[in-house]
Structure formats: structure tokens, C-alpha cells
Design a protein around this ligand. Sequence first.
Ligand SMILES: CC(C)(COP(=O)(O)OP(=O)(O)OC[C@H]1O[C@@H](n2cnc3c(N)ncnc32)[C@H](O)[C@@H]1OP(=O)(O)O)[C@@H](O)C(=O)NCCC(=O)NCCS
Length: 145
Amino acid sequence: MSDETEKNLALGKQRSSHGRQQEEGVLVIRTVAMPADTNPSGDIFGGWLMSQMDLAAGNMAGRVSQGRGATVAVEAMQFLRPVKVGDEVTLYATLRKVGHTSIRIHVDAWARPRYSDKAQKVTDADFVFVALDDEGAPRPVFADM
Ligand SMILES: CC(C)(COP(=O)(O)OP(=O)(O)OC[C@H]1O[C@@H](n2cnc3c(N)ncnc32)[C@H](O)[C@@H]1OP(=O)(O)O)[C@@H](O)C(=O)NCCC(=O)NCCS
């Protein structure tokens, strides 16, 4: 591999890894904000972003509880900056607490303009899930607890 190809590969890896942001948690979802996700003003609808965050937290909760669950609370949600059409949106999840039947997960959402390598945090919140049994009643997250 030539020096230039190696250099380009290293730079590409640096850009594609999102560097420091990986410290925000586990990268669970990366998607692109589309025109169908906008509000009447043309910015991305907050409800779309919340659903992506819920999906990311639910994905982690499902891995932790190894079964069905439901969102019981969303706390401390902040919308720090707008998300624009075409932004690459990345959801990072961090496990904060595992109770008897509940799981608390912090989610950070970052947006990177389509033609930029600079991403910024746009939203964060805590999601609380309850592990459910087949009847939809709370069940212990870990069977032996
Ligand atoms: C999830 C559900 C079965 C829980 O029933 P519940 O009677 O509230 O259950 P409990 O009171 O036993 O609480 C279960 C756990 O959730 C926690 N919890 C309940 N409400 C909470 C709240 N508002 N915030 C934080 N934690 C909460 C409890 O502390 C408990 O945690 P622990 O077992 O780790 O100590 C019930 O609330 C429900 O079906 N909610 C609707 C869920 C749903 O449809 N979500 C999708 C919305 S579109």
C-alpha cells in the first residue's frame, strides 16, 4: 500500500470512528434524518428523535434483560440543538442502573451534518424500562434476584 493510500485510510478511519464520541456510550443506532421526519418548519421533528432514542435504549434493555420489556419513564430529556435533514444521527446508550425489574439507560444523540466531520450532541435523556413476563407484568431482570 502506498504512503498516500495508508494516510487516506487512517484519515478515513478517524472520521468514520467518530473518535471521542465513542466515550458517550455504546453506539446502538446510526441513521440519517430524512425529509419525511421533519416538522412543519423543515427541521427534524423531536418525536422522531425521541423514538430513535427509545429504540436505542430498548435495544440495550432487551440485551440486558434477555426478554420483553416496556418503557415506563423518560426523564430529563433535553433538546440542545436542532437536527437538520441529511444529518447523520448516532445514538449512544449507557447502562446506568439495573433494579429488581427495571433498567435505567442514558441515551446521548449526536448529529453530524452530511458533509462535515464535526458532530455535536443534540439530545440526551434517561429511559427506564421494566422487564415484562408473557402476561405483561413486571418480572425480575435477572431470574436469581
Ligand atoms: C411497565 C408496567 C407493567 C409497570 O407496572 P407497575 O405497576 O408500575 O410496576 P411496579 O410499580 O412494580 O414498578 C416496576 C419497576 O418500575 C419502576 N418504575 C415504575 N414506574 C416508574 C417511573 N415512573 N419512573 C421510574 N421507575 C419506575 C419501579 O421502581 C420498579 O422498579 P424495580 O423493580 O427495579 O424496583 C406498567 O406501568 C405499564 O404497563 N406501563 C405501560 C408501559 C408501556 O406501554 N410503554 C410504552 C409506552 S408507548
